[in-house]
Design a protein around this ligand. Structure first.
Ligand code: DQA
Length: 144
């Protein structure tokens, strides 16, 4: 089974209660359970994590790079300004590994500051605006 890290940035642990009009009512624990089962059906081993810490998120990208794991990344607010995270993602994708940037909402339809992603230019692909299905679409692509 090939392994995929599903990495989530700041505030995503609050899914379900945080701005449910934007991010829905399914909580983070449920998301982890659903994606784990979804991955198994696709023949993927998933390792799903969340952090509010930029350094920790970058160290997980390093771990994926060293172990040749694919990554599904919701960088959350780091999307819009973390050049350090971008550099880590570039290292991964330029080595031939896949990294799919996902967003629950469609940042392009929201505030102006969300319309810039410093990650997209070094991601393998971007999926946004499909709610939690954005993660499922990314896993489906990685399994194909
Ligand atoms: C998000 C969009 C970001 O702009 C925001 O900061 C998030 C979540 C999304 O999944 O829609 O925390 O990445």
């Amino acid at each position: 089974m090939s392994k995929v890290l599903i990495l989530n940035g700041p505030n995503l642990s609050k899914l379900g209660s945080r701005e449910p009009d934007v991010y829905g009512t399914v909580d983070y624990t449920q998301l982890v359970g659903d994606l784990t089962a979804f991955g198994v059906n696709l023949g993927l081993e998933t390792d799903i994590r969340q952090t509010n810490d930029e350094a920790e998120l970058i160290s997980w990208i390093h771990e994926a790079y060293e172990n040749k794991y694919s990554v599904v990344l919701n960088p959350a607010a780091f999307t819009h300004y973390s050049y350090a995270l971008r550099d880590a993602c570039a290292m991964l994708t330029k080595s031939g590994l896949k990294l799919i940037e996902v967003h629950i909402s469609n940042p392009h339809a929201r505030e102006e500051f969300r319309q810039t992603s410093v990650i997209s230019g070094v991601a393998t692909g971007v999926i946004a605006g499909f709610g939690l299905d954005s993660y499922r679409l990314a896993l489906t692509q990685l399994a194909s």
